[in-house]
Design a protein around this ligand. Structure first.
Ligand code: ADP
Length: 287
């Protein structure tokens, strides 16, 4: 479903000032030798992340893929400020960040809408907390609701929506706060295959229209290839970025592209990188 481009959308104004050319090469996020060691309940330690470094440029869409337990969520929680790093630094626009940060917006796997608020008030929530007046926040929320294809559902409560519509509400709510970086932690994991492919297509259009910098955790190789400019493959525990694969496929990336030979080659290449790590993960699980 084509998404309307906002002529004067909430982020268009801000982003227009920076200029497309400068934005295209500017590094927004730097993850610099980030490590994480957890204390376990048995009194030991677990090294979840070995030193991990990568950069994300403005407007890029980067997927992080890796076997269960390799530290993907830990990495995202550190970037999003929900978890402190044991060592290393996260920088946004060159400034070290710690703790939750308004430049970084997170969308989680589990549904995170407020059940007692309708779609409009869910999407406007962050703006309300930030003190924005009712008329202004509702106008901004409506723009985002239109972008995620939920117009007509503004007054519905989350219980009256499908799982996919609730996730779109959560994505719209996070985008309403204009984060510099959108972190998506398996946002489509609980949805059926067809819905996740269609939502993926819609997410690409939205991120493209807003020139939104985004990082996505996924287990799904096709999803990673469909959405991303680059796919970062993580090793099994202690996790680190093993390889970054550039996805040189034309945009717009529609679901039709999934059957193409070039698409299949990327899926195969990433699977080859991932297979050894997934096997290590399986062996660790049975030990
Ligand atoms: P992934 O998202 O790739 O599945 P996680 O980041 O959730 O992996 O977890 C990485 C490793 O760190 C796992 O072995 C997990 O059990 C461990 N872990 C995650 N959070 C904690 C915690 N709060 N305390 C102890 N161990 C943790």
């Amino acid at each position: 479903m084509p998404m309307p481009m906002p002529a004067t959308g909430p982020q268009a104004t801000v982003r227009a000032v920076t200029g497309a050319a400068a934005d295209a090469v500017r590094v927004v996020l730097e993850v610099d030798r980030v490590e994480k060691v957890f204390a376990t309940s048995e009194g030991g330690t677990l090294r979840a992340l070995a030193p991990t470094s990568f950069e994300v440029r403005a407007g890029e869409f980067v997927a992080v893929i890796g076997p269960s337990g390799c530290g993907k969520s830990t990495l995202f929680n550190i970037i999003g400020g929900l978890e402190p790093a044991t060592a290393g630094e996260v920088r946004v626009d060159g400034h070290a960040v710690s703790g939750s940060h308004r430049d970084i917006g997170m969308v989680f796997q589990e549904e995170s809408t407020f059940p007692w608020r309708n779609v409009l008030d869910n999407v406007a929530f962050g703006l309300e907390v930030a003190g924005m007046g009712r008329a202004e926040r509702h106008e901004k929320a409506r723009t985002l609701i239109r972008m995620v294809g939920l117009d007509g559902f503004e007054r519905r409560l989350p219980a009256e929506l499908s799982g996919g519509m609730r996730q779109r509400t959560a994505i719209a709510r996070t985008l309403a706060s204009e984060p510099r970086i959108l972190l998506l932690d398996e946002p489509f994991a609980s949805l059926d295959e067809q819905t996740r492919m269609l939502l993926g297509e819609q997410l690409i259009e939205i991120c493209g229209a807003l020139r939104q910098t985004a990082l996505l955790i996924t287990h799904n190789i096709s999803e990673a290839v469909q959405l991303s400019d680059r796919v970062a493959v993580m090793s099994f525990r202690p996790g680190t970025i093993k390889r970054i694969v550039d996805i040189d496929l034309p945009r717009p990336r529609t679901t039709d592209m999934i059957g193409s030979a070039a698409f299949g080659r990327y899926v195969q290449q990433i699977w080859e990188e991932l297979k050894a790590e997934a096997l290590r993960g399986m062996q660790a699980a049975v030990r």
